[in-house]
Design a binder for this molecule. Structure first.
Ligand SMILES: O=C(O)[C@H](O)[C@@H](O)[C@H](O)[C@H](O)COP(=O)(O)O
Length: 298
């Protein structure tokens, strides 16, 4: 299938290589011309604008966007909305908020363009060798892109999730789970680290990966990380987040769904960004006021 690809960052580039391997004809664009030149050498048809991308394809076009969520996705969607024709399919494979997705779907629907949302998981390795895709949108559009997605996803790693927005909604919840699982793994190793025992963490992760209940890809990644740095000495415990955890917690609140683990793991990420906190000072001051308990002075 001929596929347009917008965005040749870490994920997009690997997805392009994955599609080329599967004999798809990839027409690729990125604002960074070096990326376009590189992917052209790797077998895609590189183009220097969105307009050229559209001109180099025939209707019904299938175009995948893998660009940062938020403003850039908005911008590209608007520009593509002006360039594409009725019956074309624009797929957002980034980590967009499903509410933004619903608005973009409605916006493109007015022109008869299908807007498809694809939750994409598996990191850069997945994008390269077999991705996990959760895809929502109109049935006829999903039908059309099924062979493409079956070819680039792992076996059983492609799911048509239902109506527009459902792919990104599912990916959001996936990421909430990811936050909770990673936080639990982190806390487990923290307890080991504070104990009187001298564990080899790489060996611990390895044994847990062989038959234990908590064996998982995350634990394999842990084993890999400890093999490079046995005590993670060169890393600070600062945990950034790009928004999906917040959206999951907001959604849980809206739906009155109980999600304490995911909420706490998001709060722990915020906490990790600060050396000291005002709430810590408040609690220390209160303990001092009512019980004369010592405070640590600056
Ligand atoms: O399934 C995946 O491959 C991941 O969930 C991925 O999509 C995620 O968005 C980033 O790894 C960073 O996420 P945070 O910045 O929110 O931790």
């Amino acid at each position: 299938m001929k596929v347009g690809l917008i965005g040749l960052g870490k994920m997009g580039y690997n997805l392009a290589l994955n599609m080329i391997d599967k004999n798809h004809e990839v027409v690729a664009y990125d604002t960074v011309s070096e990326h376009v030149e590189r992917i052209t050498k790797d077998g895609a048809r590189g183009v220097d604008s969105l307009a050229a991308l559209v001109q180099n394809m025939e209707s019904p076009r299938v175009v995948i966007m893998l660009v940062p969520a938020g403003k850039i996705t908005d911008q590209v969607t608007k520009e593509m909305g002006a360039l594409l024709e009725k019956g074309d399919i624009l797929i957002d494979a980034g980590n967009s908020n499903y509410k933004d997705t619903l608005a973009r779907y409605a916006q493109l629907k007015e022109k008869g363009i299908y807007f498809v949302d694809c939750g994409t998981s598996g990191g850069t390795e997945g994008a390269r060798h077999g991705v996990c895709t959760m895809v929502g949108g109109d049935p006829e559009a999903l039908e059309h892109i099924t062979p493409l997605f079956e070819s680039i996803s792992l076996p059983n790693g492609f799911l048509k999730t239902g109506a527009a927005g459902s792919g990104h909604f599912l990916k959001m919840v996936h990421n909430g789970i990811e936050y909770g699982m990673m936080q639990a793994i982190g806390e487990g190793f923290e307890i080991l680290d504070k104990s009187q025992f001298d564990y080899d963490y790489e060996a611990v992760a390895r044994v847990w990966n062989h038959g234990s209940v908590i064996r998982s890809w995350l634990m394999e990644l842990m084993e890999n990380a400890f093999s490079k740095q046995p005590k993670l000495d060169n890393i600070k415990g600062v945990m950034h987040s790009s928004g999906e955890g917040i959206w999951t917690v907001e959604t849980a609140m809206e739906l009155q769904a109980s999600a304490p683990v995911i909420a706490m793991s998001q709060f722990m990420r915020f906490r990790s960004l600060e050396d000291d906190t005002f709430h810590g000072k408040v609690v220390a001051a209160l303990r001092n006021e009512f019980g004369g308990h010592a405070v640590v002075k600056k």
